[in-house]
Design a protein around this ligand. Structure first.
Ligand code: URP
Ligand code: ZN
Ligand code: ZN
Ligand code: ZN
Length: 484
C-alpha cells in the first residue's frame, strides 16, 4: 500500500521546504503539495529528513575474548528507535583467514537486521590471499571501504608495511582506506608501565591512550595514504591532535575525512575519575573520552566542515563482560553503545544549542557519509527515486535517556539521565513504519544489504606525491669506475 507523509517540512543537507512525500514499494515516488496515499502519516510540526546512517557499528563482534552484546536484530532496532535507518558494520577476518570467509559469517549474522546495512571489510593481516581477496570484495561483493587497526597490538593491529601495501592495492582498485588511528606500540608500552606501577583501574585506560598516540597515528596514516594515492577515512576522531592533521590534509587538497563519535562530543574524561569502577569501566573505549578543549575542537570541526560524519562505534558490552577487567584495565572489553541515542543527542547538543543548523545535522548524520560510501542518493536523500528511509522528526518531543527503556540488550546506558529534546515521531525503513511515537514495529529480517561500487575516478585526482616522485631516469656522465 502507498503511504503519504503529510504536512511536514522537508529538511535535507541543502534545502528546507514544506511538502508531502509519497512512498510506493519502499521508494519515494513523488514530492509535492496536497499528495494523497493509502496510508497517511501526519508530520504536522515535524521535519521530514533522510534517516540516519551510522557508518561505524560492531554488532555481535568477537573481541577481547567475548562478543559485543547487541546483534543485528537488537542493534538495528535500537538504531531505528532513534531515527537511524542504515548501519555499516565491520567484517573482521581472523589472522590468516580469507576476507571472503569472514564476510560469510557477517552475511549470516546480518539476516536478522531490521533496517538496511552494509559492511566495511577489515584488513587484519597481510598476504597474497588478502591482496587477491580485496579485488573480489570490491568487484563482486560491493564493498569499497577497508579498515586498518593501527592499535590492538598482538590482535588486530597491522604495521606500516602492511598499511602501505594495502593502501596501494586499494588505490589501484578504487577503494577507500579507513584507519583506527592510535599508535599501538606506544599504547602497549604505556599500558605495561601503568600496570607495573599498580595502576590497574579503568582510569588507566585513558592514561594509556593520550591524544598524542592518536595524533601521531593520524598523521602517519595520512602520509602513507598520500604516498599510496588512496582516500582516507579516519574513524572515531576524538581529539584536536588528530583533527588538526585531518584539517591540514584537507586544506592541502587530500581526500581525508574525520568521523567524531557522539560519545566524544558529549561525554568527557571526568567519566573515568571519582566514579565507581563499573561506571568508569562501562565507558572504557578506544580512543577514550577527552577533556573539554578536545570536545570544542570536534564541534568546531563539524561547524566548519573539517570533520564530516558523526557515528557511534556502537560496540556494547554488559557490566558483567566489562568486569573481566577487574584488576587489569587492559582486559576490560573496549567499546560503548550509542545507536539509539546518536540522533537525539546530536540534535539536543548540536541543533538546540545553535552549534549546527538542521541542514548540517542531516549532512553529518546521513548525507555526507552516503556520498563518501557511494550509496547516495539511494540513501541519505529525500528525492524521487531514493529509498524511503526517512525520519519524521519532532523537535518538541522530549525524553530522559535510560537503560530501562532502551532497545539495546545491555544493562546500562552511557548517556543515562541525559534529557534530550528532538526525537522521531516516525522512522521508516524502505517505506515500512518501524517506529511510531516510541512504539516499535520492527520486522526482523526486513533489512537488505546495500552494495557500494568502487570509485575509480576520484582516486585519480588524489595525490600529488606520485607525480612528483615518478622515476625520472637521468643521463649522467662522469660516473666513477667501481672499486676505485
Ligand atoms: O573501543 C572501541 N572503539 N571498540 C570497538 C572497536 C574499535 O576500536 O572500533
Ligand atoms: Zn576503532
Ligand atoms: Zn569501531
Ligand atoms: Zn545531554
Amino acid at each position: 500500500m502507498s503511504k503519504v507523509i503529510r504536512n511536514g517540512t522537508i529538511v535535507t543537507a541543502d534545502l528546507t521546504y514544506k511538502a508531502d512525500v509519497l512512498i510506493e514499494n519502499g521508494v519515494i515516488t513523488e514530492i509535492g503539495q496536497g499528495l494523497k496515499g493509502g496510508e497517511e502519516l501526519d508530520a504536522t510540526g515535524c521535519y521530514v529528513m533522510p534517516g540516519g546512517i551510522d557508518p561505524h557499528t560492531h554488532l555481535e563482534m568477537p573481541f577481547m575474548g567475548t562478543y559485543s552484546s547487541d546483534d543485528f536484530e537488537s542493534g538495528t532496532r535500537a538504531g531505528l528507535a532513534g531515527g537511524t535507518t542504515m548501519v555499516v558494520d565491520f567484517a573482521l577476518p581472523n589472522p590468516g583467514e580469507s576476507l571472503l570467509d569472514a564476510l560469510k559469517r557477517w552475511d549470516n549474522k546480518s539476516t536478522r537486521a531490521n533496517c538496511d546495512y552494509s559492511f566495511h571489510m577489515a584488513v587484519t593481516w597481510w598476504g597474497e590471499q588478502v591482496f587477491d581477496d580485496i579485488k573480489t570484495v570490491i568487484q563482486e561483493r560491493g564493498i569499497n571501504t577497508f579498515k586498518h587497526f593501527m592499535a590492538y597490538k598482538g590482535a588486530l593491529m597491522v604495521n606500516d608495511d602492511e598499511l602501505y601495501a594495502s593502501f596501494q592495492r586499494l588505490a589501484e582498485l578504487g577503494g577507500i582506506a579507513m584507519v583506527h588511528a592510535e599508535n599501538g606500540d606506544v599504547v602497549a608500552e604505556l599500558s605495561a608501565k601503568l600496570l607495573a606501577q599498580g595502576n590497574t583501574g579503568p582510569e588507566a585506560h585513558a592514561y594509556s591512550r593520550p591524544p598524542q598516540v592518536e595524533g601521531e597515528a593520524t598523521n602517519r596514516a595520512i602520509m602513507i595514504a598520500d604516498m599510496a594515492g588512496v582516500p582516507l577515512y579516519v574513524v572515531h576522531t576524538s581529539c584536536e591532535d588528530s583533527h588538526e592533521a585531518i584539517r591540514r590534509a584537507r586544506m592541502q587538497g587530500k581526500r581525508v575525512w574525520g568521523e567524531p563519535l557522539i560519545q566524544h562530543l558529549t561525554l568527557d574524561e571526568s567519566e573515568y575519575f571519582n566514579k565507581d569502577w563499573d561506571h568508569a569501566a562501562r565507558r572504557v573505549m578506544s580512543p577514550p573520552f577527552r577533556n573539554k578543549q578536545h570536545q570544542d575542537s570536534l564541534w568546531a570541526g563539524l561547524q566548519s566542515g573539517s570533520l564530516s560524519v558523526v557515528a557511534t562505534d556502537h560496540c556494547a558490552f554488559t557490566t558483567e563482560q566489562k568486569r573481566t577487567g577487574v584488576g587489569d584495565f587492559t582486559k576490560i572489553p573496549n567499546g560503548t553503545g550509542g545507536l539509539e541515542d546518536r540522533m537525539p543527542m546530536l540534535w539536543t547538543h548540536g541543533v538546540e544549542t545553535g552549534r549546527l543548523t538542521p541542514n548540517e545535522f542531516v549532512a553529518v548524520t546521513s548525507t555526507n557519509i552516503a556520498k563518501i560510501l557511494n550509496c547516495y542518493p539511494k540513501k541519505g536523500a529525500v528525492l524521487v527515486g531514493a529509498d524511503a528511509d526517512l525520519v519524521v522528526w519532532d523537535p518538541e518531543k522530549r525524553k530522559t535517556i535510560s537503560a530501562d527503556t532502551q532497545q539495546s540488550s545491555i544493562d546500562y546506558n552511557v548517556f543515562e539521565g541525559h534529557e534530550v529534546k528532538g526525537l522521531p515521531r516516525f522512522t521508516l525503513t524502505r517505506g515500512h513504519v518501524a517506529v511510531h511515537d516510541g512504539e516499535i514495529r520492527c520486522q526482523e529480517g526486513h533489512g537488505k544489504f546495500v552494495a557500494r561500487e568502487a570509485n575509480t575516478t576520484v582516486n585519480k585526482a588524489l595525490s600529488t606525491w606520485k607525480e612528483l616522485t615518478a622515476p625520472r631516469p637521468v643521463e649522467r656522465t662522469g660516473i666513477p669506475a667501481t672499486g676505485v
